[in-house]
Design a protein around this ligand. Structure first.
Ligand SMILES: Cc1ncc(COP(=O)(O)O)c(C=O)c1O
Length: 428
C-alpha cells in the first residue's frame, strides 16, 4: 500500500492508521542488493531439487583442522568461558596474532595497543569506517569494489571516490591526482591486495609508495588483507604494515575466514596504528561484548599449530584454479591466472556482452546451466564485462561447471543463430 495515499485518508491523531516503519536515510541510500536476484533464483532452484554448482560466494567449503574443532568443544565445556568476553579480544589471541606478524612479515606489533580482535574482519572494517568517517569526509576505494569497501563508508555518511585497480602504477597516480584536486582532501584510502574481485596482486614496493603518498597528502590507510593466507606459485602476499612508516598512517585487517576455513566462526583482526585502533575499540566498546571465549581459545590453537594446513589449503585452491582456468581457456574465455585469493575473474566473451549485461548473463548461466557465478557489475560499474567465480567447489565440479556453461551457451547460440525467440526469457 502506498503510505502517503493511506495517510491522507486517516486523521493524524486517530491512532488507528497504518503503522509505518520508516528507515533512516542511511538505509534508504543503499541500492538494491545486486546479488539478490541471483541468490533468490539459486534458492528456488535448489528447493526444486536442481544440483546447482555454486561459484557465487567466497564461502570456504572445507572444514577447519580437527585440532581446532576439538579445542572449541573442550573450551565449550569449561564453565569459565560462557560470560561476556573483552570486546577487544583475549590478550593471548592478540599475542598469537602479533607473533604471526613477526614470523611471517617481520613486523613488530604491541598486542596491547596495536591489535584488536573483531567479529570477522567485515565487522571491524565497517566499525572502523564509523570511527573515522562522517558527513563531508571522502574515502578513496578500489574499483571494482568488494561491497563493504563502498558501503562501509556510505553507512558512515562519508563520500567515496573509486579508483581503478587494474594497473597499479595508474592507481598510485590517481591517488595523487585525487588528493591534489579534491577539496577537502580525501581522509582515507582503502586498499585490498590480493584484490577481491579482480585478483590483482602487488609487491612490497607498492605499499611503500602508498605510505609516502599518505604522508604527503595526509590521509589514513586501511589495508584489507583478507586473502593473506591464500597464495600460490611461491608468491607470498606482502603486508602493508611491513612497509617503513606504515604503522604511522594505517591499519590492516586480517581474517581466519579464508586460509583457516573458519568463515562461520567470525574471527578477524585489526592491527597497526594505535590511534586508529583506539577509535575502533571505542566504537566496539559501545556495540559489542566481544567474541565467545571458546572460539577465541580455538583460534589461538589454529594460529599457533595449523600453519602447515594453511599451505595445504592454498595448494587445494591452486589445483582448483588450474582446473577451472584450463576449462575456461579451452572454451575460448579470457581470464588472468591469479597468484592469490579464492577467485577467478573471467572476461565475458565479447559477443555475449553485445547481447546482454553481465547480470543477465549470470542469470542465464544459472537458469539454463545450473551454475551460479557473481556478475562483475555486483562490484560496481568497473566490474561490468566480468564474472567472478569462487574456487569453492572441488576440481570435478569445477570441470563440470565449465561443461554446463559451454552447453548452455551452445543452446543459446542456436537460439540466436536461428533468430528464434530464446526458449526462456533472458531477463526476469
Ligand atoms: C576482500 C574481503 N574483505 C573482507 C571479507 C570479510 O571477511 P570476514 O569473514 O573476516 O568478515 C571478505 C570476505 O569475503 C573479502 O573478500
Amino acid at each position: 500500500m502506498n503510505h502517503s495515499d493511506n495517510n491522507s485518508s486517516v486523521p493524524a491523531d486517530s491512532g488507528d492508521g497504518e503503522f509505518r516503519v520508516e528507515f533512516a536515510s542511511r538505509v534508504q541510500r543503499l541500492p538494491p542488493y545486486m546479488f539478490g536476484r541471483i541468490n533468490n533464483t539459486l534458492y528456488q532452484k535448489r528447493r526444486a531439487g536442481h544440483d546447482v554448482i555454486d561459484l557465487g560466494m567466497g564461502n570456504p567449503s572445507d572444514p577447519p583442522e580437527r585440532v581446532v574443532m576439538e579445542k572449541m568443544v573442550e573450551a565449550t565445556y569449561d564453565e569459565r568461558n560462557h560470560g561476556y568476553s573483552k570486546s577487544n579480544g583475549l590478550l593471548n589471541l592478540r599475542r598469537e596474532l602479533t607473533s604471526k606478524y613477526f614470523r611471517k612479515y617481520g613486523v613488530r606489533l604491541d598486542p596491547d595497543s596495536e591489535a584488536i580482535v573483531c567479529l570477522g574482519s567485515k565487522e571491524g572494517f565497517s566499525h572502523m569506517c564509523l570511527a573515522l568517517m562522517g558527513p563531508g569526509d571522502t574515502a578513496m576505494i578500489p574499483a571494482p569494489y568488494f561491497p563493504v569497501h563502498m558501503y562501509g563508508v556510505v553507512l558512515a555518511a562519508g563520500n567515496v571516490v573509486a579508483l581503478e585497480v587494474a594497473d597499479s602504477e595508474k592507481f598510485l597516480q590517481n591517488i595523487a591526482y585525487t588528493c591534489q584536486h579534491f577539496y577537502p582532501r580525501p581522509k582515507l584510502l582503502i586498499i585490498n591486495y590480493p584484490h577481491n574481485p579482480s585478483t590483482v596482486t602487488v609487491e612490497q614496493d607498492f605499499f611503500t609508495e602508498i605510505v609516502k603518498l599518505a604522508k604527503r597528502y595526509n590521509f589514513m590507510v586501511i589495508s584489507d588483507f583478507a586473502y593473506s593466507d591464500v597464495a600460490f606459485d611461491g608468491y607470498t602476499p606482502p603486508s602493508f604494515l611491513a612497509s617503513p612508516g606504515a604503522i604511522d598512517v594505517g591499519v590492516e585487517f586480517t581474517t581466519m575466514s579464508k586460509g583457516y576455513n573458519m568463515a562461520g566462526w567470525r574471527v578477524g583482526f585489526c592491527t597497526g596504528n594505535r590511534e586508529m585502533i583506539r577509535g575502533l575499540a571505542t566504537i566496539k566498546g559501545y556495540y559489542d561484548y566481544g567474541m565467545f571465549q571458546a572460539i577465541q581459545i580455538a583460534a589461538i590453537v589454529a594460529l599457533r599449530d595449523t600453519e602447515a594446513a594453511i599451505e595445504r589449503q592454498s595448494e587445494i585452491y591452486r589445483t582448483r584454479r588450474d582446473a577451472l582456468l584450463d576449462g575456461l581457456h579451452r572454451i575460448g574465455w579470457e581470464a588472468a591466472t591469479p597468484r592469490a585469493g579464492m577467485f577467478v575473474w573471467a572476461k565475458v566473451p565479447e559477443k555475449w556482452l553485445q547481447r546482454m549485461n553481465t547480470l543477465d548473463f549470470a542469470m542465464m548461466l544459472l537458469e539454463d546451466g545450473d551454475v551460479a557465478v557473481s556478475p562483475g557489475s555486483g562490484f560496481g560499474p568497473t566490474g561490468e564485462g566480468y564474472l567472478r567465480m569462487a574456487l569453492v567447489e572441488n576440481e570435478n565440479r569445477l570441470r563440470q561447471a565449465v561443461r554446463q556453461i559451454s552447453r548452455c551457451l551452445e543452446r543459446r547460440e542456436q537460439d540466436y543463430s536461428s533468430a528464434a525467440t530464446p526458449t526462456t526469457p533472458l531477463t526476469k
